[in-house]
Design a protein around this ligand. Structure first.
Ligand SMILES: NC(=O)c1ccc[n+]([C@@H]2O[C@H](COP(=O)([O-])OP(=O)(O)OC[C@H]3O[C@@H](n4cnc5c(N)ncnc54)[C@H](O)[C@@H]3O)[C@@H](O)[C@H]2O)c1
Ligand SMILES: O=CCc1c[nH]c2ccc(O)cc12
Length: 572
């Protein structure tokens, strides 16, 4: 995958043994007290690992999206989703049901209230979702269980074929999906397209793995032998955050489905629309009805899902506080969890770096998706010798970032997700000033000139200096476009300060000294470490966190080192 400005990698766990392929953690490691290997039902004499499943039944479907454009309602089928690309900001309304069960959009049978989803660019309501109640969650699980019974019996090759076809459909509808993502999330169309690329790439990657996930044959004394099988877990739940709505749905479902599981996905109530497109694509690609269901709602719906008796695993992307709750609930059900949580990542810029690249890296590390990226490098440590030069250049380039209508081709920064979040981010800037930081640039609400954007949630990207390690803006995840610049003198000092955090999602280092680059990367307590780059996201690499940024990843570092590429420039 070309290096570009997209963050994150799909989850793939560390290899389980010297010969094990890298496979996702959606299989059941099976400790079984097994009978001898006799009779028609040979069973493993060893703890088994199983994975399996698919169906290539194509079902005709009637899926509609309703767009209200300039007061006129146009109705078009999903294949005509391409029409969405022609949409402009301020026109889209989603009126169709937002749950997906048994291969079709449905309204939930019960709900615990409604939530409104906005178009952040304009502040308009684009959808009102029903928060699914316990009965609806139960129906979704029941439907997924039935699909699982079909899917788990398919070969890896068959499952891979469905995933490949789904990847092809995503590619075919890339512009339309990206447009909808931009409308609902506010990220620039330029970025949204890159997200859709890493979405179909993820499906292709796991499609390729599906056929080769195999058990082991183990020779035992006296001509006896044992073998292991990889078995799917069953119905898995995916719970997503709002910053990469479509991509998160893909990154959670692709490995789960490849291993033979079914998935129920709950998007963030802020971004409910694009997961439905994925559900429709899976159905069209030949997945059995129920294999990928979508239930909408907030915390209460999420709880019903996590606590459901027939849910085998929960894969969660979101904040640390919610992650803790998910882990608690899952512990009560003895369910495995994958947690992809927040961060406050360090970006270390040594004086021997290529300054031009380091400046670009800092922009990419801070301002993608309006700074609403989990692995952003928001603590920018710059070696004293170059800090003035670096700061001057980073401010200059930040001033050039085009803020505005996210559907316009040359926009590089759209609105934040919603009003309360914008207020929260501005609140962090206020407290930074109170604690002694200096705002060198930005950090103000912004009103684009286009009158239709008047009620959108825009702000200017912010650069803070005179920061100290103990300030709130340096310690807490802001999840907005706020970069804190911190001076440092030596490698040892900066390493200690960089690691002095309860998070550990990512880190970056810019230097021309190759030995230092790898030495520093090895000592940074972070799941991902970028060298002379930031926020690239090859789907082949794992993505996980140290400390409170994520799940237990075992006794070794999941580190990924992406190097030797130039960061993509954010401003035009
Ligand atoms: N590490 C990663 O891979 C990654 C990726 C994207 C976002 N994030 C993190 O996500 C956060 C921003 O996302 P957010 O604001 O949507 O996070 P959030 O924790 O508020 O919500 C995430 C999801 O959890 C659901 N939820 C909330 N309470 C729940 C509960 N009690 N039980 C079950 N589900 C519940 C929400 O409805 C939503 O779907 C940031 O901290 C960011 O760093 C991490
Ligand atoms: O926001 C953090 C990194 C990220 C970007 N896209 C995805 C998708 C799925 C994840 O679990 C994390 C991320």
């Amino acid at each position: 995958m070309p290096a570009h400005s997209r963050p994150g990698f799909p989850k793939a766990p560390p290899p389980r043994g010297p010969n094990s392929p890298r496979i996702p953690s959606f299989y059941r490691p099976r400790p079984s007290a097994t009978p001898p290997l006799t009779g028609p039902r040979l069973r493993s004499a060893l703890p088994a690992r199983k994975i399996v499943g698919l169906l290539s039944e194509l079902r005709p479907q009637q899926m509609f999206l309703r767009a209200v454009s300039s007061g006129l309602t146009s109705l078009f089928r999903t294949p005509g989703l391409a029409a969405v690309t022609a949409m402009s900001t301020g026109t889209f309304v989603q009126l169709d049901p937002l749950n997906y069960r048994d291969g079709a959009r449905v309204e939930p049978v019960d709900s615990s209230g409604t939530e409104k989803a906005f178009e952040p660019a304009t502040g308009r309501v684009i959808a009102t979702l029903q928060c699914s109640g316990e009965t609806e969650v139960h129906l979704a699980v029941k439907s997924a269980k039935a699909a699982f019974e079909i899917w788990r019996k398919k070969s890896g090759m068959e499952r891979g074929q469905v995933l490949l076809e789904a990847a092809r459909l995503i590619k075919e509808q890339k512009d339309a999906i990206a447009t909808m993502e931009t409308i609902n999330n506010g990220k620039s169309i330029f970025e949204a397209r890159l997200d859709i690329d890493t979405s179909w790439q993820c499906l292709e990657y796991y499609a390729g793995l599906a056929a080769s996930m195999a058990g082991e044959h183990v020779q035992l004394p006296n001509g006896s032998f044992g073998y292991t099988r990889r078995e799917p877990l069953g119905v898995c739940v995916g719970i997503g955050a709002w910053n990469y709505p479509f991509q998160i749905a893909c990154w959670k479902s692709a490995p789960a489905l490849a291993c033979g599981n079914a998935m129920i996905f709950k998007p963030s109530p802020f971004t409910p629309v694009s997961a439905l497109l994925l559900a429709e694509i899976y159905t069209k690609a030949g997945a059995p009805p129920g294999l990928f269901n979508v239930v909408q709602g907030g915390a209460a719906t999420g709880q019903f899902l996590c606590q459901h008796r027939d849910v085998a695993k929960v894969s969660f992307t979101g904040s640390v506080p919610t992650g803790m709750k998910i882990m608690e609930m899952s512990a009560k059900g003895i369910k495995p969890v994958t947690l992809e949580l927040g961060g406050k990542s360090p970006l270390i810029i040594f004086s021997d770096c290529d300054l031009e690249d380091a400046v670009k890296g800092a922009l990419v590390a801070n301002f993608l998706t309006q700074g609403q990226v989990c692995c952003n490098g928001t603590r920018v440590f710059v070696q004293k010798e170059i800090i003035d030069k670096f700061t001057k250049e980073v401010v200059k380039q930040t001033q050039n970032i085009r803020i505005g209508d996210p559907l316009l081709e040359d926009t590089r920064m759209g609105p934040l997700i919603n009003g309360p979040h914008l207020e929260r981010v501005l609140g962090f800037i206020k407290s930074a000033k109170e604690e002694g930081a200096t705002v060198l640039y930005g950090g103000e609400p912004y009103e684009p000139t286009d009158p239709k954007l008047k009620h959108g949630y825009y702000m200017t990207p912010c650069i803070l200096t005179n920061c100290r390690d103990d300030m709130t803006c340096v310690r807490e995840e802001i999840f907005g476009p706020v970069m804190s610049i911190l001076p440092f003198k030596t490698e040892a000092e900066v390493l200690e300060r960089a690691n002095d955090t309860t998070f550990g999602l990512a880190a970056g280092v810019f230097t021309r000294d190759i030995q230092r680059a790898h030495r520093v990367a090895a000592d940074l307590q972070a799941g991902t470490c970028y060298i002379n780059n930031y926020n690239v996201s090859p789907v082949e690499l794992p993505f996980g966190g140290y400390k409170k940024s994520g799940e237990e990843v075992g006794m070794h570092k999941p580190a990924t080192v992406a190097s030797a590429a130039t960061p993509v420039f954010l401003s035009l």
